[in-house]
Design a protein. Structure first.
Length: 92
């Protein structure tokens, strides 16, 4: 699975003929999504660091990691506000 970075999302917005007014990464669910998938199928998590974070870490440790994702703008949860650039039409 691949998620766009903030820069990647802004590039896509530009290629669509839109002007980015802002990109935020509220970062609320990344760790929970991975944790829930790992709880359903623990064999899915092969990386020992990920396994420790999602299956063995405390709630506080997981929250701090999620906060780090949020603060560094690396969350997969992204909101993009854009508009048509003046004089151009957005491409389908």
């Amino acid at each position: 699975m691949t998620f766009l970075s903030v820069a990647g999302a802004e590039a896509v917005v530009g290629r669509c003929g839109l002007e980015s007014l802002g990109v935020t990464t509220p970062g609320e669910l990344d760790v929970d999504i991975v944790r829930n998938a790992a709880l359903e199928n623990p064999a899915w998590v092969e990386d020992s660091a990920v396994r420790r974070l999602v299956l063995e870490a405390s709630d506080d440790e997981r929250r701090r990691f999620q906060d780090t994702l949020k603060e560094s703008r690396r969350s997969s949860h992204m909101w993009i506000v854009a508009r048509r650039s003046e004089g151009s039409a957005a491409r389908p």
